[in-house]
Write a protein that binds this ligand. Structure first.
Ligand code: PLP
Length: 386
């Protein structure tokens, strides 16, 4: 059992080295100096264990990575400039020309673009499967398959994958598993305990938590993280800045409080929406109405803030009017901060919205607002369209 309070308030910090300051210093430095040529030579021979240059290690970033690795119950972690830098670096690390990926369908838009637009240029093909049946992953495996890519729940439609079952299939075929765990945060879903090898985060969401940084995380075993450090991390250079790492450390201190607050609010908002006559469907994994509710209860520990709603109307202009009428919910992409947000699927181009993403699908993010305030806002916006 991980000790979340210890991890957040103590792990990785060496206060005696910096005047017992409660908050670790921001080492906003690109470079480190050496007392002799011999010391420099020793450091270059083991860059991952040394402070040489901040494209490799930086002390502020190190404190952050120790905490996040512990929260995800993996041996190590690396922090990147964005979720996409983390995801693309990790995926690239496991494939070469001629290899094949099996991925859940409807994964995050840019992850999808990585797999459909970038990787084919380097001879790597991806098969996308309906992830609600683990057998679909097994059926898509080819001799040249190297990784299985999960995002549970996936973006916008929040379909779950049975993480334990897919990890077992992957192991029996000697494949590496990666999961995007941004939706749940390390506090609601623990993929490593279910047999997943690599855990990815857009830290721009819950880990940062205040809509003020773009950052990403890769967690895994020492051998996988060492390989990624020595290749994609140093070589592609999509590293986090020390300042953003420092801001994420600040965000982490309130992660449990924020998630608990969101958990309590989201349940009230979901209940309100499920009973509203203008709503045809609420898509929320931890609602008993979700077709995979039992699986959600098994592998997710706490409700978190993202849900989608299908309005009864198929009139795009009414959906647009509803969204435009919301005041407390801000219209925008992203999520995971303090502010509640609304994102209508119709903002995507026609190509992306043609199957499954119809005009009446709206994603909500429940932030730190009072539930009564959010429900009041929804009520007045619904009154404009019924
Ligand atoms: C936002 C997001 C990403 C991309 O992360 P960035 O930090 O924006 O690069 C990846 N996966 C999911 C599920 C996301 O929501």
């Amino acid at each position: 059992m991980k000790d979340i309070s210890y991890i957040i308030n103590h792990l990785g910090e060496e206060r005696e080295k910096y005047f017992n300051a409660i908050t670790p210093p921001l080492f906003q430095t690109s470079n480190f100096a050496f007392s002799s040529v011999a010391e420099l030579k020793k450091a270059i021979a083991s860059e991952k264990e040394s402070y040489i240059y901040s494209r490799g290690n930086n002390p502020t970033v190190d404190i952050l990575c120790k905490k996040i690795a512990a929260l995800e119950e993996t041996e190590e972690a690396l922090a990147f400039a964005s979720g996409m830098a983390a995801i693309s670096s990790a995926v690239i690390s496991f494939v070469r020309s001629g290899d094949h990926i099996v991925s859940v369908r409807n994964n995050y838009s840019w992850t999808n673009i990585l797999m459909t637009r970038f990787l084919p240029r380097f001879g790597v093909e991806t098969t996308f499967v309906d992830g609600t049946d683990p057998g679909n992953f097994e059926n898509a495996i080819r001799p040249e398959t190297k990784i299985i890519y999960l995002e549970s729940p996936n973006s916008l439609t929040f379909e779950l994958q049975d993480i334990e079952a897919v990890a077992k299939i992957a192991r029996s075929h000697n494949l590496t598993t990666l999961i995007d765990n941004s939706y749940s945060s390390p506090l609601s879903q623990s993929p490593s305990s279910m047999g997943i090898d690599i855990i990815l985060h857009s830290a721009s969401k819950y880990l940062g938590g205040h809509s003020d940084i773009v950052a990403g995380i890769v967690c895994g075993s020492t051998s996988n993280i060492t390989r990624i450090f020595n290749n994609e991390y140093m070589g592609l250079g999509g590293i986090i800045s020390p300042f953003n790492a420092w801001l994420m450390l600040r965000g982490l201190r309130t992660l449990p409080a924020r998630i608990d607050r969101i958990s309590a609010t989201v349940i009230k908002v979901v209940e309100y929406l499920e009973n509203h006559p203008a709503v045809s469907e609420v898509i929320y994994p931890l609602s008993s109405a979700h077709p995979q509710y039992e699986l959600a209860k098994k592998q997710m520990q706490k409700p978190t803030g993202l849900l989608s709603v299908r309005l009864k109307t198929n009139d795009r202009s009414k959906t647009e009017l509803f969204v435009n009428s919301l005041k407390q919910f801000l219209i925008g992409v992203s999520w995971g901060g303090h502010e509640s947000l609304v994102f209508p699927a119709m903002s995507f181009d026609e190509e992306r919205t043609k199957d499954g993403f119809s005009a009446n699908l709206i994603r909500f993010y429940i932030g730190l607002d009072e539930p009564e305030c959010l429900i009041k806002d929804l009520e007045q916006a619904f009154s404009k369209i019924i």
